[in-house]
Each structure stands twice: as structure tokens, then as C-alpha cells.
Design a protein around this ligand. Structure first.
Ligand code: E4P
Length: 228
């Protein structure tokens, strides 16, 4: 399973790459705003970081860049996506799962620009992403579970549909807005390709109280071991 970091902050991206070996990054307009930079500066800085790390190439470290959410025609989305795609070959263009978004994604994939259909909340929407040949589809987990829904079945259904029709592994399923270690495990068990989550979630997923307790036990033993 691949881990993507949900952030546009360079210090977080760098930390998560060095510490946890994250496999890519997802941004959205909210994360860009939280970076404190202008949109263009934030994404150019990420492109420069990718270069510094020697990670160029979409297969190496994909970074999703979302189009202006106000755009509401396929033509406008395609135009903006073409601009972002020129900035880094690692960029996959994130497009909302609207009717005009689906059209834009299909056109972009035909041009060779990789896309990520986002704001997906139902398995039927995920089928459109696969039929278009989008590189990624982003079903949101956290937003639904924050509203009392259980997403296990939701992800299992997308995985089953993709397997039924040969889409599995071609359009990669990014479980988005993951909020807890349990959600990571649910997505992994269901067979999702990728989860994307904030740095705090990875830190908490890696941590276990028994590991800390066990380390304390072993430190005590070490300190009380007879010395030569
Ligand atoms: C990823 O594709 C989404 O932009 C992201 O997971 C949304 O999550 P958030 O609610 O944590 O910003």
C-alpha cells in the first residue's frame, strides 16, 4: 500500500519523506492556503523540492495539484491543467467529479496529462474515473465517516467494481481525507492502492503505547544488567 501526504507544506513533505518514506503528495486548495504561499509559488516550490530529491517522473513521486474550484467548464479546466502539467512531470491534475470535470479529465488523459478525479463520494462516480483512464480516483473517507457513515463497504465496493472490469491497478484508488490508523487499516484490508492523510495521522499510526512500554521494560533490563 502506498502512503501519500495530504499537505502543501514543504517542511511536512520533507519530514514525511525522510521519516516515513511517503510515496507521493496530495494537495487541495485548503492545503495550499495553509502553506501561507500563493498557489503558483506553493506548487513551484514543491516542483523544485522534487527536483532536489531526484524524484522526477510521475511513477516516482506523484503530486496531485487541484484546479481552481471556481472553474465550471471543461475548456477552462483543461486550459489550467495544461499550465500546471508543464511545471512538473510529477504533477497529476486533480479535478472535481462533476459532469464538466469528467469531460475535462477524459480530454486531459487523451493528451497524456495524468488526472485524479476528486471529491468522489459514491462508487458510481468512481466508475467514471476508471472509464476515462484517470491515473487516480479519490474517494473521500474522513468526510463521510465524520458524518456517521462507515466507509468499509464503500471502499470494498469500488475495489470489487474495479476488479470486475479490469480497472484495478490502472486507475489507482486513493482513499482520501483519512483521519485515523483504523481507517488506514480498513482501506488496506479492502485493497485500496493508496491512502492519503496528514502528517499527524501517520505519526499516530506508527506509534503504539505498548512499543513505548516495551522499550521502557528493555531499558530497565539493560540498566540492571550486570556489568563486566
Ligand atoms: C485528498 O485528495 C483530499 O484533498 C484530502 O484528503 C482532503 O482531506 P482534508 O479534509 O484532510 O483536507
Amino acid at each position: 500500500m502506498k502512503f501519500f501526504l495530504d499537505s502543501a507544506k514543504l517542511d511536512e513533505i520533507d519530514y514525511a519523506y525522510r521519516t516515513f518514506g511517503i510515496d507521493g503528495v496530495t494537495t487541495n486548495p485548503k492545503h495550499i492556503m495553509l502553506s501561507g504561499k500563493s498557489f503558483e509559488t506553493a506548487i513551484r516550490d514543491i516542483a523544485a523540492w522534487i527536483k532536489e530529491q531526484g524524484l522526477e517522473g510521475i511513477d516516482k513521486f506523484p503530486v496531485s495539484i487541484e484546479v481552481n474550484p471556481h472553474l465550471d467548464t471543461a475548456d477552462d479546466i483543461v486550459k489550467e491543467a495544461e499550465h500546471y502539467a508543464k511545471l512538473s512531470e510529477n504533477f497529476a491534475i486533480k479535478i472535481p467529479a462533476t459532469e464538466y470535470g469528467v469531460e475535462a479529465a477524459r480530454r486531459l488523459e487523451r493528451e497524456g496529462i495524468r488526472t485524479n478525479l476528486t471529491l468522489v463520494f459514491a462508487p458510481a462516480q468512481a466508475i467514471f474515473a476508471a472509464k476515462n483512464g484517470s491515473l487516480f480516483v479519490s474517494p473521500f473517507i474522513g468526510w463521510k465517516e465524520d458524518n456517521g457513515e462507515d466507509c468499509k463497504q464503500y471502499i470494498e465496493d469500488i475495489v470489487s467494481i474495479y476488479k470486475n472490469y479490469g480497472y484495478y491497478g490502472k486507475t489507482q484508488i486513493i482513499c482520501a481525507a483519512v483521519r485515523s490508523p483504523k481507517q488506514i487499516v480498513d482501506c488496506a484490508v479492502a485493497g485500496a492502492d493508496i491512502v492519503t492523510a496528514g502528517l499527524a495521522i501517520y505519526k499516530s499510526a506508527q506509534h503504539h503505547a505498548y512499543t513505548t512500554q516495551g522499550l521502557g521494560t528493555f531499558c530497565d533490563a539493560w540498566d540492571n544488567t550486570k556489568k563486566d
